[in-house]
Design a protein around this ligand. Structure first.
Ligand code: SF4
Length: 330
């Protein structure tokens, strides 16, 4: 019988899921996903995580609980760094330990360390370690990894064309507004695990689409362009996520092609508090477009988010109608 590997639908999931799914399936394992985030899963995560943790970590623990009784292993890598000389977040680095101390009755975790600050040889050893949970055959592992990389690049390519991975499933509806310049175009920035988790984000992407908005997210912008713009920062941003968001913000502000900007932040996230603040200041100073900060935790009410979104869209409409004569910030 095939080994069952559980993949929680949280945190790194929206960036790397096709890579690890293809990898383990090529090795002959059965990959089982946790259910999309829902109220029960969120409540379980909140109950089993320290209060101080950010909402995405609480949601992740809820996904682990959803999987724990139906798989042989749960995939919770220790993600130190995915780019040279950069880090993701201390919570990603200590995620396996946090999970082990929060959730009881767990099956073994696949908690191998991923660290791109180390040599290329070390990275390949890491891949073999991941594969060794299913097979000891290095050739098989190498071939599975090659196929996994192809699946990963294909996934990224589709997202860059506007197919957003809502709850891990690529949407069919591309942004169609590109051909109609009268419509609104909004930069939507935030962690992938925040924006693309429909329950966790209170369905913000769908709501914006209902308003007829074209959405631009960092994943749609060429990474080379983002890196070039981020390199102009006075100080190197050593958080990978911060580099991506600030590089995107600088690029979009240069292009002057957006009518408004929304930043979705996680309550309790130190990186968000810096990046969100910088993004807001630049937007106000350089772009003179409406800016909306939405901070979400487990107590945030959806009605309040809806009201703020509606007011934000109204403001963009008024500014478009009145040729930008309205102030972007009151
Ligand atoms: S970057 Fe922020 S939201 Fe993401 S895991 Fe770290 S603290 Fe939480």
């Amino acid at each position: 019988m095939a080994i069952k590997i559980g993949i929680p639908r949280g945190l790194w999931f929206y960036d790397y899921y096709p890579l690890w799914k293809t990898f383990y399936e090529e090795l002959g394992a059965e990959v089982i996903l946790s259910n999309p985030t829902n109220k029960k899963l969120l409540d379980q995560g909140v109950k089993n995580t320290v209060d101080e943790a950010c909402l995405p970590v609480k949601i992740f623990n809820g996904h682990v609980m959803d999987l724990k009784d139906r798989v042989d292993y749960i995939f919770v890598p220790k993600m130190m760094s995915v780019y040279k000389k950069e880090y993701i977040c201390p919570k990603f680095c200590g995620l396996p330990e946090m999970v082990k101390h929060s959730v009881s009755g767990l099956p073994p975790l696949i908690d191998t360390e991923i660290n791109f600050n180390k040599s290329r040889r070390h990275i390949m050893n890491t891949v073999y370690q991941f594969g060794s949970y299913v097979t000891k055959n290095p050739l098989k592992i190498r071939n599975a990894y090659k196929k996994a990389l192809t699946a990963y690049h294909d996934y990224k390519n589709q997202i860059s064309q506007g197919r957003l991975p809502i709850d891990g499933k690529l949407s069919h509806d591309h942004n169609q507004i590109k051909s109609n310049p009268a419509n609104k175009r909004i930069a939507l920035l935030g962690h992938t695990y925040h924006l693309y988790d429909s329950f966790g984000s209170m369905n913000i992407i769908e709501k914006l689409k209902e308003y007829g908005v074209e959405i631009l997210v960092p994943e749609m912008i060429n990474m080379k362009v983002i890196n070039e713009r981020a390199a102009t920062l006075e100080k190197k941003m050593f958080w990978s996520y911060g580099r991506k968001v600030l590089g995107t913000a600088l690029y979009l502000q240069d292009q002057q092609q957006i009518d408004g900007a929304i930043y979705v932040s996680a309550f309790g996230c130190g990186i968000d508090s810096i990046v969100g603040d910088l993004f807001e200041r630049w937007t106000r100073k350089n772009a003179d477009i409406p800016f909306l900060l939405i901070t979400i935790d487990e107590h945030t009410g959806e009605a309040g988010v809806n009201t703020r979104l509606e007011a934000f869209i109204d403001m963009i409409d008024w500014r478009k109608r009145d040729e930008g004569n309205l102030s972007a910030h009151g």
